[in-house]
Write a protein that binds this ligand. Structure first.
Ligand code: H2P
Length: 828
């Protein structure tokens, strides 16, 4: 038994005086600067250190309590976490934002200036990575024992610049000033093995055993990021792995005098965690990506088993004490890796291990797009992970035996279900591995889950209907309302109190006031102030002046054909042509934001043409304030939190059946934007929640899209009947917007006229009609305010807290374990 002073956790004060003391001390002790000479960045670092000391205290308390209470834990395995800035979020969730603001002011520093210095942690591409970050925040907020695992990329999502119209990618060197939020754990390192070969050991009695020999090894080293819950003491942990060479120098080369080669090997093994892969239009066939996936999965599983055993549990208790969620197929190799660890390293029998693995894993699917469903060439898998290839064959063999038994003689079904795709040069279908190895599979919105069951996983659904569940996505109100929209937060507080911050359904209390004239006025004033705030940022970033009194119409998301930025652009061009022709159109600001995968030529072409159109429109004196078009550069979490509260209209116009859920749609509606949307993803559930009158739905349904495709789409025939649309397409392809090189967009014209794979042309008329409905309502300020307020009031369902509870109850079987206040360690 350790002495009390050893086991006692410090209990730092959270009042202004205590914080001021900690911050001033940190400038000297941690930053190493004289407070008289400290720069703003020095103060930022000192503040971050003062907070992290407090976070780690609560982290340790949380950990103790989880151990004492024997809790079941969930581990979220994700290649992506799109966290954004951490300083403000940590201050808020720790409940010390205002005391810290005051403490900084006492030290002569403006907190808001400091907050703006921080780079975004952009370890993700889009919705998938942002969802992961929201889930971690909610796990902590609700007191669930939840851990995140991922990769500590040296370079996150690229920084986007326009030169002048097309996207240029710059490396995101987010760690260049170091990172005050992370705790490097040099004692937490696991060996990760690649290449080599497998040796079989036959035992006269009992199973054949395998060892994986030779090959290469790198180390995975842990970096911990404490994640604070809002309004609770719970602080969870996000553990990100960085690759380290097993030794700094290969002595063989060194002794031969080849110093450079000795160091180069070290650099090469460390490239594994160097850079986040941007989403790509075509499946990534890169060895490095496979290595990244295996690297973080293996380290995480070794760590999970270590913790499980260290807590005194035996391996048979794994599914009772551990749930592992696979975020998309990226970590699906975990199924084979856990089998390897249990069978090869812990010497469990195959059948026992398989039962444990399947009851431990669950898999979330985020897309039906075939190119995003990972498959790896068997040859590559065999070379990089030879033991895993053998394990996958064994899993597949056992699985197909079951299928044969159930559907004798149905060879087509076997081929469709097999984990190995024999058609396309033999590839491992990671989604199949994930489904076979999980006890639950979920889609991320009702329609998406239904389509999974009817299309992509139809055969699996027939086999195991009980495995499939829906968990509709959600967003955290802490970031997407309290932090992003302080003015609306305050207004809500005045009207309905603050309970909604913990239970978003309480926003309903606003509903009876939706037609209260005072509230409407206050609501519109808040919106206008947020628009002014955005207009200032847009001026700073792009030089374009926006009039806050016209409608702000916003489409922010990754650039992808199915998300249909082109549909919005055609509308802009159409309006522009009509304004020039002297027509009276309702004024609007159209704002785009989003990145195109560097290898996705069509998406990059879309960015270029939007920028070109914007340049002409914004400089045409005939247009004035009636139309402005902005492509907001380098859209990321921190700019999203300025853009979203300022939006009047939210564009959610994907081709029906293609957007799994969407989460931007939820953030925007929560902030009082009205949605123009197709019946796709979570838009359907948003419509059901806010009511038909408070949303503008248009276009083909998912079924109609399938039908339309079957009948052979004919964009040319549609164009022949729609002169406005035809004129817009002509204007683009004629080179009107590309003074330098009029030929540039001929290809885009051909694409729209002859291919139009995502039915931009087919949905155009319905789309503009929906925009006009929005214009009409917008002109009636009272009616608009009422609809916008109702959107806010009815968005409770889309809280990430509900999402996380759905996972906890339907999939993980875990319960919250709020950290109790204690007298010794119970600062507020
Ligand atoms: C994806 C889907 C979205 C979904 C999100 C989170 C992959 O995000 O396309 O429809 O909401 O996952 O489940 P995104 O396109 O934003 O990268």
């Amino acid at each position: 038994m350790a002495a009390p002073e050893v086991t006692h956790l410090p209990n730092l004060p959270n009042d202004v005086e205590g914080l001021r003391q900690s911050i001033r001390d940190a400038v000297v002790r941690v930053v190493g600067e004289d407070p008289r000479q400290a720069t703003e960045r020095d103060w930022m670092e000192a503040l971050a250190f003062a907070i992290r000391e407090r976070m780690v205290e609560r982290r340790l308390l949380t950990r103790r309590q989880f151990a004492d209470e024997d809790v079941k834990r969930v581990y979220y395995l994700s290649m992506e976490y799109l966290i954004g800035r951490m300083l403000e979020a940590n201050l808020r969730n720790m409940g010390i934002l205002e005391p810290a603001r005051q403490a900084m002011a006492d030290l002569g520093v403006n907190l808001d200036t400091i907050l703006d210095l921080e780079d975004d942690a952009a370890l993700g591409n889009g919705g998938l990575g942002r969802l992961a970050a929201c889930i971690l925040e909610s796990l902590a907020t609700q007191g669930y024992p939840g851990y995140g695992y991922g990769i500590r990329y040296e370079f996150g999502m690229f920084r986007q610049e326009f030169e002048p119209y097309h996207q240029v990618e710059h490396p995101d060197n987010w760690l260049r000033y170091g990172n005050p939020w992370e705790f490097p754990r040099s004692d937490r390192k696991y060996p990760i093995h690649f290449y080599g070969h497998v040796v079989e050991h036959h035992h006269p009695r009992g199973e054949t055993r395998y060892t994986w020999e030779n090959g290469e090894e790198v180390l995975a080293m842990a970096y911990d990021y404490p994640t604070a819950g809002y309004g609770r003491r719970n602080v969870n942990n996000l553990r990100l792995w960085a690759a380290k060479a097993t030794r700094d120098f290969d002595l063989r080369y060194f002794n031969e005098g080849d110093y450079i080669r000795a160091v180069a090997d070290k650099a090469e093994s460390e490239t594994i965690s160097m850079v986040l892969y941007p989403n790509d239009a075509t499946a990534i066939g890169k060895e490095l990506r496979l290595k990244q996936e295996y690297f973080f999965v293996s380290a995480s599983l070794q760590d999970i088993l270590d913790r499980h055993l260290a807590l005194g549990y035996n391996l048979d208790a794994l599914p009772d004490k551990v749930a592992i969620q696979l975020n998309d197929t990226h970590p699906a190799i975990a199924v084979a890796e856990l089998m390897r660890l249990l069978v090869d390293c812990h010497e469990l029998s195959w059948d026992r291990a398989w039962d444990l693995a399947r009851r431990t894993f669950a898999y979330t699917n985020h897309t039906l797009m075939p190119e995003a469903l990972e498959t790896w060439p068997v040859e590559l898998m065999e070379r990089v992970l030879p033991r895993h290839m053998g394990i996958i064959y064994q899993i597949n063999h056992d699985f197909l035996e079951q299928v044969r038994h159930r559907y004798p003689g149905d060879n087509d079904r076997l081929a469709r279900l097999s984990i190995i795709d024999e058609q396309n040069g033999r590839r491992v279908r990671m989604a199949h591995l994930a489904v076979v190895g999980s006890h639950r599979v979920n889609g991320v919105a009702a329609l998406h889950t239904q389509l999974l069951q009817e299309t992509l996983f139809e055969d699996f659904y027939n086999l195991w209907p009980e495995r499939f569940v829906n968990v509709t996505n959600g967003v955290t109100p802490r970031l997407w309302m309290i932090q992003a929209n302080p003015a609306l937060t305050e207004l809500l507080g005045q009207r309905i109190g603050n309970d909604w911050q913990y239970d978003l359904d309480r926003l309903r209390a606003l509903e009876p006031y939706a037609h209260d004239a005072d509230l409407q006025k206050a609501f519109l004033d808040v919106k206008r102030a947020n628009k002014v705030r955005l207009a200032n940022l847009v001026r700073e970033r792009t030089g374009v002046e926006l009039n806050p009194d016209v409608m702000f119409d916003v489409q922010i998301k990754r650039i992808h054909e199915y998300k249909r930025q082109l549909l919005k652009l055609l509308h802009v061009v159409d309006l522009y042509r009509r304004i020039r022709a002297g027509e009276d159109v309702a004024p609007r600001v159209v704002l785009f934001g989003g990145k195109a995968a560097p290898g996705y030529a069509r998406a990059k072409g879309i960015i270029q043409v939007i920028n070109e159109v914007a340049d002409i429109v914004n400089h045409d004196p005939a247009v004035g304030d009636r139309l402005k078009c902005v492509f907001f550069p380098n859209y990321e979490v921190s700019s999203a939190s300025i853009i979203i509260p300022a939006a009047d209209v939210s564009e959610q116009i994907s081709t029906a059946g293609f957007e799994a859920s969407g989460t931007g749609n939820m953030k925007l509606a929560l902030n009082g934007a009205l949605t123009i949307g197709t019946l796709d993803g979570a838009n359907i559930e948003i419509r059901d929640a806010v009511g038909e009158e408070s949303i503008f739905i248009f276009g083909m349904t998912a079924d109609e899209v399938v039908e339309h495709r079957r009948n052979g789409p004919n964009p040319e025939a549609i164009l022949a009947q729609q002169p406005n649309l035809a004129a817009a397409v002509e204007m683009i392809e004629s080179g009107f917007f590309t003074c330098d090189d009029p030929g540039t967009h001929g290809d885009l014209g051909r694409y729209l006229r002859h291919e139009d794979p995502f039915f931009v042309i087919a949905d155009y008329a319905a789309y503009t009609e929906a925009c006009e409905r929005a214009d009409t309502l917008y002109a009636d300020r009272t009616a608009w305010a009422e609809a916008a307020i109702l959107n806010v009031a009815r968005m409770g369902y889309f809280s990430i807290d509900r999402t996380v509870r759905d996972y906890a109850n339907q999939i993980w079987d875990i319960i919250p374990e709020p950290v109790a206040p204690s007298r010794t360690n119970g600062a507020a």
